[in-house]
Write a protein that binds this ligand. Structure first.
Ligand code: ZN
Length: 294
């Protein structure tokens, strides 16, 4: 799994040049349609949508989806120009021949392993049911990493795929014993009193990869200058997202309580969203040196 994600990032880094070098004459500025899920991992693109119009006149139309599969359908069929999406899912599409490029990271860290209150250590997860949003996700990698700290493997737990919104209540009702998913659903489990944080992502995987900003080849080819401006401003928006601003933006787009957002936003950051060579090298070294490639 990690090997796959490493090659995905390398592929992503190579594509950066497609956005940073000139290609063809530019069409006039217009609306850019960007797909997102209502998760804190998409906040940089939500923040940018507001800033970009004020600064450059480019209008961003945000298109909200309820699941990764719906979002990918829109992205893969060019119904949107780009998306904030799990890098692994985007790269799976790319491997299947879909014309998309990862141009920036979505965030740093920002995932947690949530478990029921009766689980004290990773070893207690043996024989338990654990939910992830998708097999092709960083959340699956983080589950593997958490289990490895206790000498367990994925075969020692029952893994189930659940929609993110269902996870906090599934934990509260005892249907599952733990989960790992995009935020703020981990924080919701904590806020409900249904569970607690067993690990944060950075404890298991430093500089972990999760979401990325992905643009379609069609958009980059047809509106190259807009794409370039969009990516530059996206990174600026990420840099501007301190905790207070992130919360303010989140409150505009999500119906989440202050408590949930306060818990969740302490786990994530949005500065320096470049996909750099350093990140790739570090991830490669980490994957080879410390735990087996999956
Ligand atoms: Zn993410």
């Amino acid at each position: 799994m990690k090997k796959r994600i490493i090659s995905a990032v390398i592929a992503a880094s190579l594509t950066l040049s497609a956005v940073s070098c000139g290609k063809k004459a530019e069409s006039s500025a217009g609306t850019i349609k960007i797909a997102y899920l209502p998760i804190t991992h998409s906040l940089a693109v939500l923040e940018e949508a507001e800033e970009l119009e004020q600064q450059s006149g480019l209008k961003v139309e945000l298109v909200k989806y309820g699941s990764w599969n719906e979002l990918l359908d829109a992205l893969n069929s060019n119904r949107v120009d780009g998306a904030s999406v799990l890098i692994e899912l985007a790269m799976k599409s790319k491997q299947e021949g879909i014309g998309i490029k990862a141009v920036a990271l979505g965030h740093h860290d920002g995932n947690v392993i949530i478990v029921s209150n009766d689980i004290a250590t990773a070893a207690d997860l043996k024989g338990k049911t654990f939910a992830i949003p998708h097999r092709q996700s960083s959340h699956n990698i983080l589950l593997n990493d958490a289990l490895a700290t206790a000498g367990l493997t994925i075969d020692d737990v029952n893994v189930t795929e659940l929609a993110p919104t269902e996870m906090p209540s599934a934990l509260a009702s005892g249907q599952i014993d733990g989960y790992c998913v995009a935020e703020p659903f981990g924080a919701m489990g904590v806020s409900l009193g249904a569970g607690k944080v067993l690990f944060s992502s950075e404890e298991l995987w430093k500089d972990s990869l999760c979401c990325g900003l992905v643009l379609t080849d069609k958009f980059i080819d047809e509106r190259h200058d807009d794409a370039k401006s969009f990516v530059e401003n996206y990174k600026k928006a990420g840099n501007s997202l301190d905790k207070a601003k992130a919360k303010e933006t989140a409150k505009k787009y999500f119906s989440q309580s202050d408590e949930v957002l306060d818990i969740s936003l302490q786990w994530i950051s949005y500065n320096d969203l470049d996909i750099t060579e350093t990140i790739i090298q570090h991830t490669c070294r980490k994957g080879k040196g410390i735990r087996p490639l999956r």
